[in-house]
Design a binder for this molecule. Structure first.
Ligand SMILES: [Zn+2]
Length: 245
């Protein structure tokens, strides 16, 4: 689901639904439509897990919770970051700076396993893009085969620029933490890489290829290690640049 900028994932276990991230506040109606088009009912939405505390990832959560009574989870570090400084949600970067972060119902700790129906989701804290970025790893069964899915919770570097860290009172060590986080999850045996934003995993191109030739380009065990290595290279280069710390 989601749009061309930000990914939203729908997980279904029986008739119970869960989302990972909820996109922008103003795409609520499109996401709701997507749930119906995929053959499900939003009334069955039970949980939304969030990769990090920026508004393009939790945007529609407040309304989904209000409409369907689902519960919201985010890393403890992400919840803390917003409690200290709500402007870290970056709502002022979007079209409605008066929007508010939602009330979260549960905080997730590093190494915690979140159980949802048939899914066991391993939560790994990977600070860097934000202090509360959390990555998720879980098994997905498709056509009687089980694959390990991995979602790196936040990979963009615009939020670790020196000016950004100062403006939002974030730790100057965040770029170094970014490198540590990438190393922490580099050996995860991911066969299905779920990108945080479509362009980070060429998600739309893959879907178009899938529709055209019936193959499944989403299953590719080489993609995760390549993505992590490339990202580590980019963060290292960034730290040596004049925008780095
Ligand atoms: Zn972000």
């Amino acid at each position: 689901m989601g749009d061309r900028w930000v990914c939203v994932y729908l997980l279904c276990s029986g008739d119970q639904l869960m989302l990972i991230d909820s996109g922008y506040p103003h795409t609520l109606h499109l996401l709701t439509d997507s749930i119906y088009r995929l053959g499900f009912k939003p009334d069955n939405l039970r949980w939304i897990l969030h990769t990090h505390e920026h508004f393009d990832h939790f945007g529609a959560s407040r309304e989904f919770k209000h409409l369907y009574g689902c519960k919201l989870a985010i890393s403890a570090a992400g919840a803390d970051a917003l409690r200290e400084r709500p402007d870290r949600a970056l709502l002022d970067w979007g079209p409605n700076p008066n929007a508010q972060p939602p009330q979260f119902d549960k905080v997730l700790l590093d190494g915690q396993r979140f159980e949802f129906g048939n899914f066991s989701i391993d939560c790994v804290l990977t600070p860097g893009h934000s202090t509360g970025t959390m990555s998720f790893f879980f098994d997905v069964t498709h056509e009687q085969k089980t694959y390990r899915a991995g979602l790196y919770g936040g990979a963009g570097m615009i939020t670790v620029w020196r000016e950004h860290l100062a403006r939002y009172a974030l730790p100057q060590s965040l770029p170094e933490q970014f490198i540590g986080s990438l190393k922490k999850v580099a050996d995860e045996p991911v066969e299905l890489m779920l990108a945080n934003h479509p362009r980070q995993g060429r998600m739309i191109e893959k879907r178009e290829r899938q529709l055209k030739n019936g193959q499944n380009p989403f299953i590719d065990a080489a993609e995760w290690p390549a993505f992590i290595a490339q990202k580590e290279h980019e963060v290292q280069a960034f730290m040596l640049s004049d925008r780095g710390t």
